[in-house]
Write a protein of this length. Structure first.
Length: 405
């Protein structure tokens, strides 16, 4: 009997109606005679009673003096409430179910509280419960250190819990259930006619996720890719098949236009600050110090262009003023432009396609969007624009590459 891992995100669990739909997906799969592991997130989004952001706000409202270790303990409550709720609904329907916390499910992590990395999974307990004919509900987003302290895995952590369990259990498939019909050519919240993609490769969605498409966490995709476990991203709220994520060999039977498409989608990250450092002649050696100092102060940098006379790069808006202080301490002056956004055109086959940059420049010029900086790789072309232009830029590029068709 094969193992299926289902993961349900916050919106899929936040209302009684949604939870009934979750039960429907569980029952349908059980009828296929699979062993089922269900990974749950905390219910709802910011503002709703047991959502992770609500627990964080609660901690902040108490003075925010909670140590990191204890904060993780608090954050683990959201998934526990979700799991217990779902267990109760299953038992009511006569589906035998057991809840396991991240720790009980065998997740061993390092001790970076709030953003712990999975070191190992010992899923013996899960296997035991499955073999007794029970559905195993696992609280996502959690693990424990070797000392038995509870940890959380950071944003999107339940996606990672699900694919990591898929890998550890050699599951046939991991289904990520969310509030959209799979992976689309752009975020449907800003591009109304974004199109669901029936198949994408691990690499394509990994790139999209790294560039801001938060429909699935990039770490989760990397884990599935290494273990070569197929992932389906699909909606709790419809019966659609969603998007199948596999290696390109998994596309063998699908139409040629999917295999040959050169642009997969458009993604964006808002709230970045562009920093321009000009180095006076004779001071070029300071280039190294610029980036070393950023690293020493824990400021992560992106979109780096180094020239003989200086450097341009971005940091998050949150780190902007800290970055300027660091540069001033080096005796350097910097020009900063806060409130920017990085928009990415992502594809499997961008490399060497003639005219693609021209098409991007044309699309943005037609929409009066100014390009502040650009860069490209084999699979992605990035442009930096003002945050106020971000939505317009995403829509213009989506339109120009005819991704809705
Ligand atoms: P969950 O709570 O189920 O984990 P998330 O909010 O993390 O849900 O992810 C789903 C959201 O991802 C969607 O509501 C959508 O707005 C957003 N999203 C961003 N980019 C994309 C994309 N390319 N395709 C699909 N959804 C996207
Ligand atoms: Mg998510």
């Amino acid at each position: 009997m094969g193992i299926l891992v289902q993961k349900f995100g916050g919106t899929s669990l936040s209302t009684p109606e949604a939870r009934q739909l979750v039960l429907g997906h569980v029952k349908r799969e059980l009828e296929q005679n699979v062993q089922l592991v269900v990974v749950v997130s905390a219910m709802g989004r910011k503002g709703e009673p047991y959502a992770t952001d609500t627990l964080l706000d609660w901690a902040a409202s108490n003075g925010d003096s909670l140590p990191k270790r204890e904060r993780d303990l608090l954050l683990c409550c959201g998934e526990i409430i979700s799991a217990a709720t779902l267990c109760s609904l299953m038992e009511k329907e006569g589906i035998p179910a057991t809840v396991l916390t991240g720790a009980q499910a065998g997740f061993i992590t390092d001790d970076q509280y709030g953003n712990a990395r999975i070191l190992d999974i010992k899923p013996d307990r899960i296997v035991e419960e499955l073999n007794q004919g029970r559905v195993v509900i696992v609280t996502g987003f959690q693990g424990q250190t070797a000392n038995g302290d509870m940890t959380t895995l950071g944003r999107g952590g339940s996606d990672t819990s699900a694919t990591a369990l898929g890998a550890a259990l050699h599951a046939d498939m991991v289904d990520i259930y969310t509030d959209v019909n799979g992976i689309l050519t752009a975020d449907p919240r800003i591009v109304e006619n974004a199109k669901p993609l029936s198949h994408v490769s691990y690499t394509e969605i990994c790139n999209m996720a790294h560039q801001g498409a938060k429909v699935i966490h990039p770490r989760a995709v990397e884990i599935a890719m290494q273990a070569n476990i197929p992932v389906r991203v699909r909606s709790t709220f419809s019966d659609g098949e969603g998007t199948l994520v596999t290696n390109p060999e998994g596309f063998k039977d699908v139409e040629a236009d999917i295999v040959d498409r050169f642009v997969t989608g458009i993604a964006y990250v808002g709230n970045v600050t562009q920093i321009t450092v000009e180095l006076k002649p004779g001071l070029e050696h300071l280039q190294l110090h610029v980036f070393k100092s950023m690293a020493e102060h824990g400021i992560s940098v992106d979109f780096i262009n180094v020239t003989p006379s200086g450097a341009v790069y971005t940091v998050s808006d949150h780190d902007g003023s800290k970055a300027v202080d660091v540069l001033n301490n080096l005796g350097l002056e910097a020009k900063i432009l806060a409130g920017c956004a990085k928009v990415s055109v992502i594809g499997g086959g961008i490399n060497g396609v003639p005219g693609i940059m021209a098409t991007i420049v044309e699309a943005l010029a037609e929409s009066d969007v100014q390009i502040l900086q650009s860069a490209d790789s084999n699979t992605t072309i990035w442009v930096l624009v003002k945050k106020d232009d971000m939505v317009q830029a995403v829509r213009a590029l989506h339109n120009k590459f005819e991704l809705h068709q």
